[in-house]
Ligand binder design. Structure first.
Ligand code: DC
Length: 223
């Protein structure tokens, strides 16, 4: 069975997805990590991501060789765990950019379906409930206001000694929202029949309680 969690960057969906997966004994697929990994591969291949039309065939050839696996809930690309390198602001922007490419979305959709088949799994991202698993047993949609998200991101970045200002981070969040919501292919939007969770003023345990209640309603119970 598949549960989907979609929503905006910085809404706390990854943390909630991880804790819910642990609690109900589901595997977890973070699809953002797949977009980030592809962004890194294309960047390393020297593809100028701002001028896609010129590089479409090259991108298609590189992307179709990217094979993904899930090992202990960690996304591996071509046998490698690149996650430690994929969390910078630059990688955020690259991932959001490659998310606009048809070749990438089609390949990742097929990979996500292959990975999820036959598993009890939570798939987290931007298009999981709308496009990849429209028949999921349960769908969540996470939102939160941009000010709260920027503040959370700033506190996270301070832990790794980043000196980016609140205003810089706020502007990046707004730019990423715009890119994710307005891209032509599979834009971020609320899935039909999703449980909407606004985390602006909620603590993580309140978020989880709401998720458990929704799970119980479809006969998925805590372990
Ligand atoms: O969840 P994340 O912040 O790691 O995702 C990084 C980017 O990847 C996000 O800005 C858009 C893209 N993405 C996507 O287009 N579709 C998904 N299912 C997941 C991520």
């Amino acid at each position: 069975m598949t549960i989907t969690i979609d929503g905006y960057a910085g809404t706390g969906k990854s943390t909630a997805a991880r804790l819910l997966a642990e609690a109900i004994g589901y595997e977890l697929l973070n699809t953002g990590a797949m977009y980030r990994a592809i962004g890194e591969v294309l960047d390393r291949e020297g593809i100028d991501l701002e001028h896609v039309p010129r590089a479409v065939t090259k991108i298609r050839n590189i992307v179709k060789k990217c094979h993904f696996e899930l090992r202990n809930n960690i996304v591996f690309i071509n046998g490698e765990d690149r996650n430690a390198h994929l969390r910078t602001e630059r990688m955020n922007a690259l991932a959001s950019k490659v998310g606009t490419f048809k070749e990438v979305r089609e390949h990742l959709k097929a990979e996500q379906i292959r990975i999820a088949t036959g598993k009890n799994i939570i798939c987290e991202g931007r298009d999981q409930g709308t496009v990849v698993f429209p028949k999921a047993i349960l769908k969540f949609f996470f939102i939160a206001n941009a000010e709260v998200r920027a503040l959370r991101r700033m506190l996270d970045l301070e832990k790794i000694n980043s000196t980016e200002s609140y205003h810089e981070i706020y502007d990046q969040i707004i730019a990423r929202d715009l890119q994710d919501e307005t891209r032509e292919l599979d834009p971020l939007k609320e899935p039909a029949n999703a449980v909407r969770i606004d985390t602006s003023t909620m603590k993580i345990d309140e978020v989880l309680m709401k998720m458990f209640t929704a799970c119980q309603a479809v006969n998925i119970f805590k372990l």
